[in-house]
Design a protein around this ligand. Structure first.
Ligand code: URA
Length: 237
């Protein structure tokens, strides 16, 4: 890998920033000053340092983000702020992306990574990784809806939704529920409640697979996943 790319991916700055520190002679490979950004680094063998501080390369990174409303789940957008803008410059790498989508107004658990394999494992329709949402809806959610969601709902797709688990927390004019689904169809939760004649007014994802959102993360806050959390993410709920 080129030295400038290596340094960017290690969080040492943008391409132009790392080029400057390379030109300034601040970067060493195996003890020798490396002055050209295009020099190749063997990321598994070479010792790279900036100002004498070792810089270690990790191939894959995984962050748990508590997505706030108002951000789109994309790497770039012409109109809206993206979830990538919530990451510190030091943690941002060019190859990172949000694993799956939450709507702009949805909050909660979103994984940011650069690992396409894990993304595929979680998102593949065949894998049926459970996702649990805390939902506020206008209208009284009743036992009949628990049954309806368990049996599958017609949301205008070729087939009914797969069995989903609805747990009623409060059944009032505005109801509160937990809903666990094992698919990820476009606007799925909102469309399921619409099919039941109700409107979702607040939506937050709280769990994916066996991984729960860290409730100490403020909206917009994020942290790396631990190894055991990474396993939990890929487990079927
Ligand atoms: N279902 C929705 O309707 N929206 C989301 O953001 C996620 C699931």
């Amino acid at each position: 890998m080129r030295l400038d790319k290596y340094l960017c991916e290690c969080g040492c700055g943008t391409r132009s920033e790392v080029k400057k520190i390379i030109k300034a002679g601040m970067v060493r490979i195996d003890g020798y000053v490396a002055k050209k950004p295009e020099i190749k680094v063997d990321e598994s063998a070479d010792e790279v340092s900036v100002n004498g501080n070792p810089v270690r390369y990790t191939k894959f990174v995984y962050y748990m983000l508590n997505k706030p409303a108002g951000y789109v789940s994309a790497t770039r957008d012409n109109k809206d702020r993206t979830v990538m803008e919530l990451l510190d410059k030091k943690d941002l790498r060019e190859d990172m992306f949000p694993v799956g989508r939450l709507d702009k107004d949805t909050e909660g658990l979103l994984i940011i990574s650069n690992d396409g394999g894990v993304a595929h494992d979680i998102l593949s329709p065949k894998k049926h990784v459970d996702k649990t949402y805390y939902v506020k809806v206008k209208g009284k959610v009743k036992e009949e809806h628990v049954e309806m969601f368990r049996e599958g709902v017609d949301i205008g797709e070729k087939s009914l939704t797969l069995p989903a688990k609805l747990n009623i927390i409060k059944s009032l004019d505005v109801s509160e529920v937990y809903l666990t689904i094992s698919e990820g169809k476009f606007h799925q939760v909102k469309r399921m409640f619409k099919a039941a004649g109700m409107e979702v007014i607040y939506l937050k994802r709280i769990k994916m697979g066996n991984l729960e959102l860290d409730d100490t993360l403020i909206p917009g806050g994020y942290r790396p996943l631990t190894d055991s959390e990474l396993k939990m993410l890929c487990e079927r709920g």
